[in-house]
Design a protein around this ligand. Structure first.
Ligand code: SF4
Length: 776
């Protein structure tokens, strides 16, 4: 039909249907006509109405679990392997929701784009072959290595006002610059959505940020989020959507808004969103999506901006005046340590941070828009015209996508930067995510040094694995000015740059604040590194997995629950104290095995403290357990394997908030794979608890947390009321403990299973259940 508007020019067959979103929203507010915030509109217009009858007055922020159908799922190469392996094991013919995979995280930055891509294609050959072939078979769009960083590619091709997407990366909120709610999730959530299952989210709270005034001089949108991080801290946004409003929001370009939303991950928020604006329309038109802009204009008030009067429904309001906002520099070691530029020099000196800058870096998914790169080149040109031809520090540029690289190349931006000594890296994550083979400092010797970048995250070791690299994040223009100054005590608004000119004489100049157009006259696509989803029948297509691969392994579906599974279980470990998913399934060198469950399971609980062992917190004991069969102290995973091969069921005892931290599903897959049945803890982090349920493990909590202390080495545990109809939502489970000496005691346990989740347990995993439901 002539009114057909596609979700993306790359997927002309997927229509953008604002009408049905509006209907969904109207159903929610049928009985209660109060004004809605934009966040509410976006969430409620994506609710699934089959089983639930959502009513606005019954939805409680922070409590109600929303069941949502996202418009899109995206994964990057480091998370896609396990997500796709799980999807494959579900046995579905193709994804049920538009999905894309992006090869951006695995490329190591070393010499520059060409050499680094050559190295990546050899180092990661089998992973890329797997991703490409699985994408072809299952109807997924695949962006090959060098095509771009997940969030930039999404923004350029898929993000649209009023959309809702999930991505297996914490910076998925980047799409908020296009009025689309992007939410970072774990791989198993992505798999659910890809399989067409509802995706569940605790209804977030909403923090309104009113922007007034207008940016000027050296200030940029990066400073909005750097300042906000200082106000809210790294956990201040937890369980909340940050929603911008006010006249200042209208003054920002789309990519400038994306920068803010991208870095909202640094305050731990669920997502971050800007209302639909003319700037978004301009960006859509510039990226061949003028039809989406026209369509969006018709639905703007109803769907794409907050209702008048909704401000009183924000849980909190923060005010930022852009006219008085100073440039900010955040760090080191945490993105919420926020310094206004005018105080930065003093803070550097007071705290004795290394003031000489070892590297300046611009770009990444956070800050590599046309406007960003043009401002950077404007500064470089100023320096050149003043007689300073090269930056004082090594200078790296990470374009966010092939499109922005080609556009910046055409505009002469990249050649200007190269002349000043910049190395243009491949369109990938590189130093932003620790994929940086730097040779200028002694990493192993933890040589102290400072780097400044336009990236978003600066936790210890983030860029180079060196715990003594002091990383500061700021705007691209400030990072560039500092590249010419070479020192953190510089302030471009007050200080001149000193250098030695061509005749060998000392010289100086002052930077004027950089200026740039928001958008180019036209974008250049560059090399085509996109593999479109195959629409034809792909049942004969094969997925490339080498049987001898040590990085990829097909998953065998887990066995369904059998009566008596939770009888007479050994206790593998009694975890004591903090146990994050990093303790359960550490990262670092294990990163390469994320697609191989057998191999990665050798890291299970290597970081956990086992309260059953003497000197439990000593380095020799962490990650170990006593094998009940041999009484040897061994790595936990070896004990688990030994029990499994002897047909002995086992469980884990956990402490408070077990499984906090990243949402990686390996932390739930590994114990299940090695024969675990249950985790009995004082408490769970929400995502890990759900992940355990999804993999068919049984997470339960002590009704009386003091019972944790009564569990002793050699005890055996039986969980009653978990077979057949015994397990019911809201009904406690009885735990029987038989001690080594033959004594017995019982205690009550709680669980959080909903009725539909109990079916996951019965089927052996959520995926087995989906398969049964969809394929019969
Ligand atoms: Fe994440 Fe950095 Fe890559 Fe962006 S560039 S997706 S922040 S690792």
């Amino acid at each position: 039909a002539s009114s057909h508007v596609a979700l993306s020019p790359l997927e002309p067959y997927n229509p953008l249907d604002y009408g049905s979103r509006l209907q969904s929203l109207d159903r929610v507010r049928k009985l209660n006509q109060r004004p809605l915030t934009l966040s509410e509109k976006l969430l409620y217009s994506h609710l699934i109405h089959d089983a639930d009858n959502w009513a606005l007055n019954e939805i409680e922020r922070g409590k109600t679990i929303l069941r949502i159908r996202p418009d899109r799922v995206a994964c990057h190469d480091a998370t896609a392997t396990m997500a796709l392996l799980q999807f494959i094991s579900a046995g579905l013919p193709r994804v049920q929701v538009p999905t894309s995979v992006h090869s951006d995280h695995l490329i190591v930055a070393e010499y520059g784009a060409k050499e680094d891509l050559t190295r990546a294609s050899s180092d990661h050959r089998e992973v890329y072959a797997f991703l490409g072939s699985a994408a072809k078979k299952y109807g997924i769009g695949y962006w090959k290595a060098g095509a771009g960083i997940i969030h930039t590619t999404i923004f350029e091709n898929y993000a649209f006002p009023g959309g809702l997407m999930i991505g297996t990366d914490s910076h998925t909120p980047n799409a908020g610059g296009m009025g689309m709610m992007g939410i970072g999730v774990g791989g198993s959530d992505a798999v659910d959505a890809m399989a067409g299952m509802p995706w569940e989210l605790v209804c977030p709270k909403v923090v309104g940020v009113r922007l007034t005034g207008r940016l000027s001089g050296w200030s940029s949108s990066k400073d909005i989020i750097c300042k906000l991080a200082g106000i809210l801290s790294v956990s201040g946004g937890k369980g909340k959507v940050i929603e911008f409003f006010g006249p200042g929001a209208e003054s920002l370009g789309a990519t400038a808004m994306a920068t803010v939303c991208n870095m909202s991950a640094e305050i731990g928020s669920t997502s971050c969103i800007f209302p639909y604006s003319e700037a978004m329309g301009r960006y859509l038109s510039a990226t061949k999506r003028a039809d989406i802009a026209q369509h969006a204009n018709k639905f703007k008030d109803a769907l794409l901006v907050s209702d008048p009067g909704s401000e009183s429904f924000y849980d909190d309001i923060i005010e930022i005046d852009l006219s008085t906002l100073e440039p900010h520099i955040n760090g080191p070691f945490t993105p919420d340590l926020s310094h206004p530029l005018s105080q930065f020099k003093q803070h550097v000196e007071e705290r004795s941070w290394p003031s000489r800058i070892s590297y300046s870096m611009v770009g990444s998914c956070t800050n590599s828009s046309y406007e960003d790169l043009l401002k950077v080149s404007h500064l470089v040109t100023q320096a050149k015209e003043s007689g300073m031809h090269r930056a004082k520090t090594p200078f790296l540029v990470s374009p966010g996508s092939e499109q922005i690289r080609a556009t910046a190349e055409e505009a002469g931006i990249l050649s200007t930067l190269r002349e000043a000594g910049a190395v243009v890296l491949s369109n990938s994550c590189g130093p932003c995510v620790g994929q940086w083979d730097r040779k200028d400092v002694d990493i192993k010797g933890a040589e102290s040094n400072s780097v400044i970048s336009s990236f978003n995250r600066n936790f210890t070791g983030r860029h180079d694995g060196n715990p003594s690299t002091h990383s500061f994040v700021t705007s691209p223009e400030i990072a560039t000015a500092f590249a010419f100054a070479g020192d953190l005590t510089f302030n471009p608004t007050t200080d001149p740059i000193t250098f030695v000119d061509d005749s060998g004489s000392p010289a100086e100049f002052r930077f004027a604040p950089p200026t740039a157009d928001e958008l180019p006259d036209s974008f250049f696509p560059g090399n085509d590194l996109y593999q479109a989803p195959v629409l034809a029948d792909t049942s004969e297509y094969k997925v490339d997995i080498d049987k001898n691969s040590d990085r990829l392994q097909l998953l065998e579906p887990f066995k369904p629950w059998q009566g008596g599974n939770a009888n007479d279980m050994e206790i593998l470990v009694k975890v004591q104290g903090k146990c994050t998913t990093d303790h359960i399934s550490p990262a670092g060198p294990w990163y390469n095995y994320r697609g191989h469950l057998e191999n990665i399971s050798h890291n299970m609980l290597l970081g956990a403290t086992n309260g059953f062992l003497p000197n439990a917190t000593s380095l020799q004991m962490v990650g170990r357990a006593e094998n009940p069969l041999t009484h040897e102290i061994e790595p936990v995973h070896e004990v688990a394997r030994s029990l499994q091969s002897s047909g002995i069921r086992w469980c884990i005892i956990g402490d408070h908030n077990y499984g906090e931290g990243s949402s990686r599903e390996h932390a739930a897959l590994e114990p299940r794979y090695l024969g675990g049945v249950a985790v009995i803890a004082r408490g769970f982090a929400r995502i890990h608890e759900t992940n355990l349920k999804k993999q068919g493990m049984l997470p339960v909590t002590f009704a009386d947390p003091a019972d944790y202390d009564r569990i002793k080495k050699g005890d055996r545990i039986t969980l009653r009321d978990v077979d057949g109809d015994g397990l019911q939502p809201g009904k406690q489970v009885t735990m029987e403990v038989r001690t080594k000496d033959g004594e017995a005691w019982t205690a009550q346990l709680n669980h959080t299973y909903h009725a539909h989740q109990i079916q996951w347990l019965r089927a052996g995993s959520a995926l087995n259940h989906i398969k049964k439901t969809l394929l019969g």
